[in-house]
Write a protein that binds this ligand. Structure first.
Ligand SMILES: Nc1nc2c(c(=O)[nH]1)N[C@H]1C(S)=C(S)[C@@H](COP(=O)(O)O)O[C@H]1N2
Ligand SMILES: [Mo]
Length: 395
């Protein structure tokens, strides 16, 4: 045994502990990956994309879960790193070519995971202390994380299966013996095999990790789910706050849309292959009005349901003689910004709940919510619920 690892030895560390933490962390990563991929596909759809418009709260659920699982992954990842920490100081650092490759893949996995959860967390606070584009980086790093996770699980499969069940090695001296000869981990890594005192310490450690993880999740998930809102202490957003009781992600001022630009002569246009029609605000109000409870579900995890009222997009299309299943391009009055132009695929356009909204919670839209008119469609990421609509083009 080398002296450095010995200094960090703790009876609590064991392969069983690492496997138990690995299961939780693996589950959190798989949930994050699946929900993240869904969010990515909704925003950058391939030609074959299917757009679920029902249940309308689906994206609120998947993205809320995405952020909650990502937050849960932080204490789990730290605990798991602690549980294997002495391996980092193993001497000699590399025992063979295979060992070198294995350690390099773990290094990549750990580095990618740390960057992924840290940037994800900072993104929920809209804090970007870096210059790279968040979304693309988060997306590509996710592939690095799951790829190196799969490799890691494959390499560690013998250890994982041996310690999958509690006391998996007890009463099986042969297997424990094999352990000593296996080259996947040093038996003298400062970690213990399953023995009673370590087992008790391990349970206390696991309880601490469980309580910490539950605490960070429960004290933040109230930004996404109304029933947890009373517990929301640390999340960057609070439900039922902001103008008209709805939080704002990008204000009119940030988007450089001023009330002064929207005079009484404001109009928006709808263009089809037959030409262009313009609508003033009184003309839009004179069209049949529909109201629905719909949820703004931000990619940063927070969400808010509210009562939205305005003109059904398919009614507006009927007014200009365009079919209800048209694909649309919606352009905002905003001068620049990533969400100035939005494409609306046909399944949303033709949906009864997709509105050109004029009123929120019984009053005209606040400027920060997209006055004079904004889009609300069921099940779409918040970034695609375009505010300050200027032009709708039927493609
Ligand atoms: N034109 C435009 N529309 C936009 C945005 C924007 O930056 N520009 N932000 C979007 C984002 S990120 C969200 S979460 C929702 C928030 O809607 P709210 O401000 O009404 O809550 O609006 C969306 N609509
Ligand atoms: Mo958002």
């Amino acid at each position: 045994m080398d002296a450095t690892a010995g200094k960090f030895a703790s009876p609590v560390r064991s392969k069983r502990l690492t496997v138990v933490l690995g299961r939780w962390l693996g589950a959190a990563f798989v949930i994050c990956f699946a929900t993240g991929l869904f969010s990515h596909l909704l925003q950058d759809p391939p030609a074959w994309m299917l757009y679920p418009t029902w249940p309308a709260g689906l994206y609120q659920l998947t993205q809320g879960v995405h952020v909650a699982a990502g937050i849960a992954a932080i204490p789990l990842l730290l605990a798991k790193l602690w549980s294997v920490f002495p391996l980092l100081l193993q001497w000699p650092p590399i025992k063979s070519w295979i060992n070198a490759l294995e350690r390099a893949s773990i290094g990549l996995f750990v580095a990618a995971s740390l960057v992924e959860v840290a940037t994800g967390l900072l993104n929920t606070y809209k804090w970007y202390p870096w210059t790279f584009p968040f979304r693309q980086t988060h997306y590509w790093l996710a592939w690095v994380v799951v790829g190196s996770l799969a490799l890691h699980i494959a390499v560690k499969l013998p250890v994982i299966t041996r310690h999958w069940r509690r006391n998996g090695t007890e009463g099986k001296p042969d297997e424990r013996d094999n352990d000593k000869h296996s080259h996947d981990e040093s038996p003298n890594d400062g970690r213990t095999e399953d023995k009673q005192p370590a087992g008790m310490g391990r349970r206390a450690f696991l309880s601490t990790v469980t309580v910490t993880t539950a605490f960070v999740v429960l004290s933040t998930a109230g930004q996404s789910f109304a029933w947890l809102a009373p517990l929301n202490i640390f999340a960057p957003r609070r439900q039922n706050t902001g103008p008209q009781g709805v939080p704002v992600n990008r204000t009119a001022m940030e988007a450089q849309v001023a009330q002064g630009d929207i005079g009484t002569d404001w109009t928006m246009s709808v263009t089809t292959k037959n030409g262009e029609r313009t609508f003033s605000l009184p003309q839009l109000r004179a069209l049949p009005q529909t109201e629905h409870v719909l949820t703004v579900a931000c990619v940063e995890g927070w969400s808010q349901s509210a009562l939205w009222r305005g003109v059904r997009i398919k009614d507006l299309l009927a007014e200009v003689g365009a079919p209800a299943d048209s694909e649309l391009e919606v352009v905002s009055m905003e001068k620049n910004g990533n969400y100035r132009v939005m494409t609306m695929p046909a399944p949303y356009t033709g949906n009864d709940k997709t509105l050109l909204v004029l009123e929120l919670n019984g009053a005209p839209l606040d400027l920060d919510h997209g006055y004079p008119a904004r889009i609300m469609a069921p099940g779409r990421p918040g970034v695609l619920q375009t505010k300050w609509v200027q032009r709708i083009e039927v493609l």
